[in-house]
Design a protein around this ligand. Structure first.
Ligand code: ZN
Length: 410
């Protein structure tokens, strides 16, 4: 072992000196070596309170705590940290401030930071393995780190929001995420998707900020709409393309596909082709592999009704390209007439639904928010959920969503 001064210098535990040290090497070849280092506070350093940062004159007592640090010398490293507690006039009994250790933490700040950085990239169990920590401990470390790092979101100056729901745990329960679409920042995440579930956000935003809100982008979901109307008298409701496209996929394309498969009962091969085409019909055509694109082309050439709903799907998306409401309205009228004349019931139903909600669709002309932001957040949440298999902790899940979308300008 090198000299204590060297260890202290290399260890960089500011304000602390090294006491005894030791190393435990296991005989078993697969076991991990352990290093422990005892640390004492430098007595010449003024004692300040970890609660408020104020300098405190009198020490109340001494105590100690085992703390894990980053691995050193190829071994798991534990520190036995001796520190002082004081009676602070403002905070009561508090521990002294240590720059590299949070008041109640059992890991150093730099270890917590490394854990957090790795958690963004790989599943928790890999992080646990890497640092020789338990799964639960990694989760606890990361959660505490995120809580401190993210703090309360800044809500001032917000003029537009995007609202979206997502499923927790195999779709049994739902939650709502609220974002600022221009900066891609998550402002709020909460359980549920009903009016009362999202109300805390608007209460937090405050009356004045609610009145400044100009637009709320969302799926056609009544509870969100009603809640926005109630709190934000000046906000326009804007429906985003991503949600309307997926609704069209479910309620028109897939409905027609099932109907066509049923109609082809006597023609087994054709029926199988239609039945198996769910995925290539719902996917964005640009994302299809060349082979699948050929399959899609053949299917559409053979099936008139599927071809009609497919073409109308692609055309509907162009409605979101318009910047002038008059032009958008003319385009809409033409699309609507084609849909109604198609004699395809699910398509007609969908067109009538959109007609009722036309203001929310045309509102995107004035509030041209990039709707792919909502799609991006939606997809990313699914990735986080997959990586976080076994979370069972909504609060942690929500913190991770906020972590993934800190905003461009922050
Ligand atoms: Zn204090």
């Amino acid at each position: 072992m090198p000299g204590k001064e060297y260890i202290a210098e290399l260890g960089d535990w500011q304000g602390f000196a090294v006491g005894t040290t030791g190393r435990l090497d296991s005989d078993a070849s697969d076991a991990v070596s352990k290093v422990w280092i005892e640390l004492f506070p430098d007595r010449s350093r003024p004692v300040s309170c970890s609660g408020c940062g104020g300098v405190v004159e009198s020490v109340h007592d001494w105590t100690q705590r085992w703390v894990r640090d980053l691995p050193a010398w190829g071994a798991e490293t534990s520190l036995l940290v001796h520190f002082r507690r004081m009676k602070c006039a403002r905070c009561g009994t508090a521990m002294e401030e240590i720059p590299w250790l949070s008041p109640y933490a059992r890991v150093t700040k730099r270890l917590a930071q490394s854990v957090a950085r790795l958690c963004r990239e790989v599943p928790i169990r890999h992080v646990a393995e890497h640092f020789g920590l338990s799964w639960d401990r990694v989760k606890r470390i990361h959660k505490a780190y995120l809580k401190e790092e993210l703090g309360e979101p800044e809500l001032s100056g917000i003029t537009e929001i995007g609202m979206d729901e997502f499923a927790i745990q195999k779709g049994h329960r739902y939650a709502t995420v609220i974002i600022e679409p221009r900066t891609r920042r998550v402002l709020w995440v909460g359980r549920g998707r009903g009016r009362e579930d999202v109300r805390p956000f608007f209460e937090k935003l405050g009356k004045q900020a609610c009145e400044q809100l100009q637009a709320a982008v969302m799926d056609m979901w009544e509870p969100y709409e009603q809640e926005v109307r109630m709190h934000c008298p000046n906000a326009k409701i804007v429906y985003d393309l991503f949600h309307i496209k997926s609704k069209y996929g479910r309620e028109v394309v897939d409905r027609v596909r099932v109907d066509e498969a049923n109609r082809l009962k006597r023609d087994r091969p054709a029926r199988q082709v239609v039945k198996g085409a769910k995925w290539i019909l719902l996917r964005n055509e640009t994302n299809l592999r060349p082979n699948d694109r050929i399959r899609l082309r053949e299917l559409l050439a053979a099936n008139h009704r599927l071809a009609t709903v497919h073409v109308l799907k692609e055309d509907l998306a162009h409605l979101w390209d318009y910047k002038y409401e008059g032009a958008a309205r003319r385009f809409w009228k033409a699309w609507y007439d084609r849909a109604i004349r198609s004699r395809i019931e699910p398509l007609k139903r969908f067109a009538k639904l959109l007609k009722e909600r036309l203001p929310g669709i045309l509102a995107h002309c004035k509030h041209a928010l990039n709707t792919s932001v909502i799609e991006g957040v939606n997809n990313k949440i699914k990735v986080i959920k997959r990586m976080a298999y076994g979370f069972r902790d909504d609060e942690y899940f929500f913190l991770r969503i906020r972590e993934a979308f800190p905003g461009n300008c922050g």
